[in-house]
Design a protein around this ligand. Sequence first.
Ligand code: FES
Length: 577
Amino acid sequence: MPTNGLRSQSWYAGSSGDEERSGYIHRAWMRRGLPDDAFTGRPQIAIANTASDLTPCNSHLDEVAAAVRDGVHEAGGIALNLPVVSLGETLLKPTAMLWRNMAAMSTEEMLRGNPVDGAVLLGGCDKTIPSLLMAAASVDLPSVVVPGGPMLTGTFRGRPLGCGTDVWRLSEEVRSGELSAEDFTASESAMIRSRGHCNTMGTASTMGLLAEALGTVLPGTAGIPAPDSRLLRAARESGRLAVEMVRADRRPSTLLTEGSFRNAIVALAALGGSTNAVVHLLAIAGRLGIPLSLDDFDRIGSGVPLLTDLQPAGRYLMEDLHRAGGLHAVLREVRDLLDPEALTVTGRPLAGYLDDARIWDTEVIRERERPLQPDAGIAVLRGNLAPDGAVIKPAAATPELLSHRGRAMVFDSIEDFRARVDDPDLDVDADTVLVLRGCGPKGYPGMPEVSNLPLPPKLLRQGVRDMVRICDGRMSGTAYGTVVLHVAPEAAAGGPLALIRTGDWIELDVAARTLNVDLPAEELAARKPSTEAAAGYAAPVRGWERLYVDHVRQADTGADLDFLVGRSGSAVSRDSH
Ligand code: FES
């Protein structure tokens, strides 16, 4: 049994009989260079490391882990490398989101099943920080996140390139004939200038910064570019901090509150962050038992000004944000909207770290009195098309389209869309509303980032650059446009999106927070779901996909698995040795 409050002592401190033999085995197999005092009361800190060659945004995290290790040892702990499931956004098929919950579940179980007292969580690419935080919340061990940081700004022919966002822009220019295929290929090698994750305010940047706004990152360190030597200093200090957190018993359940999520939502709005953060924050809150709802994003985010001029909607990139003062400079401008009590991993409130923050470039970070938009939150829409809600990011939309009525052009799957979008006879004009279904958590499965449908080439050639699009899937954080997404319930779960037909009139009114199809309730109720769409929802027969489809919840509650919601804590169920 633990003699000093450390759970790892349950493995190492056997004192008699079977316990003594078990302690011998646990210690002996772990020695391999560790000093004799490694097992007598020194906090055991797992470095949950998502470094992987197949997650290129995180491939530098082994070096970050080495700095964490130094810090852990300096503070008297023992650092233990724990490679965990890593999800690479660009490579994983059919979509990385299909495995976010699996990554979270496996990390949670490995932290619980091993002699670990605390953890340092190394993430970066989109799903990695959410999955690590979900795991830490459920196992409830002292944990600090080290975001891997964004890459430096690449340039092509004198212009900065925002990875992700400019891929959309350049590919649309190819489709419209403005850019040659050769020039498009030439831009490829300029896009990724350095180690690190996408350099726009995409999902990875958003979640790294929101992890700090939540209080789970060493204050002042999220957003440091990956090649910047200050990242290694932050990693080293985070290693020391993890040891201190164990000694102070500072766990996610003692740290994270409704106020922490308020701060994250305010930060999300002021930064103009990714819509994916809605799903991830809901899932993390669900693990903690914090009653966060979709409507909280609208309620808290409403009236929060957009203060950063960052791609995908704006001009600058993450390197510029850091240079201009970073997250703290942004939060200082909206300090009155933050929860002053919400704590950070240091045990001090986040708000207490903002006193010295300054804006060094007011083009990148605007002052409160000069926002890019006065109201930048995520808008939550409801209506007969989305009874449980849908979201839109007004900051990334075309203002004139935020109130719109148009006829639907319906696609039953992303494959159906791809097969027809280039057809010059496709019956669409600039007012058409493109509707894509079959892309929700169950329907795809995995809720892919396809909602920002490319526009039909015939309209691109006419100069159309944005249209209203509606989908039950997600959108890349690096994308932009007037896109209504996360429609819940999704078509595959019986949502009314399955009942829409091409030619129906769709009404979007973001100011009124409504999304409707202009049909009498009786007619909508009498309709049968599209048989073509239903055919695409055949449940996978085995493996993770089967488990996922059987248990995944809808987007409005975070798309977690129903049996993973909540926390189990760090107690092990049985002890066989
Ligand atoms: Fe990894 Fe964008 S692909 S963060």
